[in-house]
Ligand binder design. Structure first.
Ligand code: PLP
Length: 369
């Protein structure tokens, strides 16, 4: 095997959806309403229905969704927001951008999600929100987290950038808390062909505030009642999400089955640490991520066989130069640090064939033998 495999295969998906995607794009070119065209409202309606909440507000990226959710909740200077340090930087970036302080709480070693047992002790009189990250495609223990949040009157914003399509006790990720924030970055479970994102909420007032913030704080045209951002999602990107929704349920089933298959193919090896899917959860595997002790050796052994890998994420945020002095440790963070040193993501997408998956699993087992 010398020809490199794709880490994520968007070309096969496009080949299968070409007719719908091309037709959707052509429709937008014909009506020429590139900003807030009819596909925007259609996509928002369909996504809200899919998630099972009253409102979807499409925005220009997952990062913007997180930022707007904090702005809508009025989080600002002097406030603290509790989150995980083992995530993409955007989660903490938006906290700093609104002038608040990220307070990092450690993760569970087998789900990589925030350890809910450590959250309550990190709450202070300055805490204004909790942002659990549904990393790799499954949610945190949102029921436990909601109980803690309720005791302290705090809103939860789920960073669901990697988990759209996953369920927690039968309810969909991004519809479990005050706000759910999703990303349509191309490699996410539901991707567009550029940047895009959405906020999901059941709260009528917060949905309206988020809509206004998305468009420069306008209550109506050229009447600005709050400070907002330029955060709209393009009509064309909404059109692409609409076309991709046709296969999304199938792709989610495929993701769940392929994740289970990887777990079975890799089980029973001491040198390969496997993730756990918690009882009550389904996982959509935005990344299929294992742990290995000698990551560099495994990366090069797999690379020699044409198998690409990636590290999500190599440095926890409390160790990043930009964040080290701006954050507070809400707990010791040993699991986050250990995860950053050992995690390795394998090729994963809904179009992975059984043969390819067997080949990847065998190569990984050989590399740690
Ligand atoms: C991708 C991602 C984001 C940011 O989404 P963008 O659409 O790229 O802005 C935020 N949080 C997590 C956990 C992500 O994976």
């Amino acid at each position: 095997m010398t020809q490199a495999l794709p880490f994520i295969d968007l070309k096969t998906q496009y080949a299968l959806l070409k007719q719908s995607i091309d037709a959707r794009i052509q429709t937008v070119l014909n009506h020429a309403q590139y900003i807030m065209g009819p596909e925007v409202a259609e996509m928002e309606r369909k996504l809200a229905e899919y998630v099972g909440v009253r409102h979807c507000v499409s925005v220009s990226s997952g990062t913007e969704a997180l930022l707007i959710s904090l702005m809508a909740l009025g989080v600002g200077p002097g406030d603290e927001v509790i989150t995980s340090p083992f995530t993409f930087a955007a989660t903490a970036e938006v906290i700093v951008l609104v002038g608040a302080t990220p307070v990092f709480v450690d993760i569970e070693p087998d789900t990589y999600n925030i350890d809910t047992a450590l959250v309550e002790q990190a709450i202070t009189h300055k805490t204004r929100a909790i942002i659990p990250v549904s990393l790799y495609g499954q949610t945190s223990d949102m029921l436990a987290l909601q109980a803690i949040a309720d005791r302290h009157g705090l809103p939860i914003i789920e960073d669901a950038a990697q988990s759209l399509g996953a369920t927690h006790h039968g309810r969909r990720s991004s519809g479990l808390s005050k706000f759910g924030c999703v990303s349509f970055f191309p490699s996410k479970p539901l991707g567009c062909y550029g940047d895009g994102g959405a906020l999901l909420t059941d709260d009528d007032r917060l949905a309206q505030i988020a809509r206004e913030i998305r468009t420069h704080g306008q209550e109506r045209r050229y009447w600005h009642t709050r400070i907002g951002v330029g955060g709209r999602m393009d009509t064309l990107q909404c059109a692409i999400v609409l076309a991709k929704l046709e296969r999304f349920e199938w792709e989610i089933d495929q993701r769940i089955a392929l994740g289970q298959q990887y777990l079975e193919l890799l089980a029973g090896h001491n040198a390969i640490g496997l993730p756990t899917v918690r009882r009550g959860n389904t996982c959509v595997w935005a990344q299929f991520t294992v742990r290995v002790a000698d990551r560099e050796a495994v990366v090069s052994a797999l690379g020699a066989k044409g198998i690409p890998t990636a590290v999500h994420y190599p440095v926890p945020l409390h160790k990043q130069p930009a964040y080290a002095s701006l954050c507070r440790m809400g707990s010791p963070l040993p699991q986050s640090e250990l995860a950053a040193e050992t995690v390795l993501s394998l090729p994963f997408h809904p179009y992975l064939s059984a043969d390819t998956q067997h080949m990847i699993a065998a190569a990984l087992r050989d590399s740690v033998a």
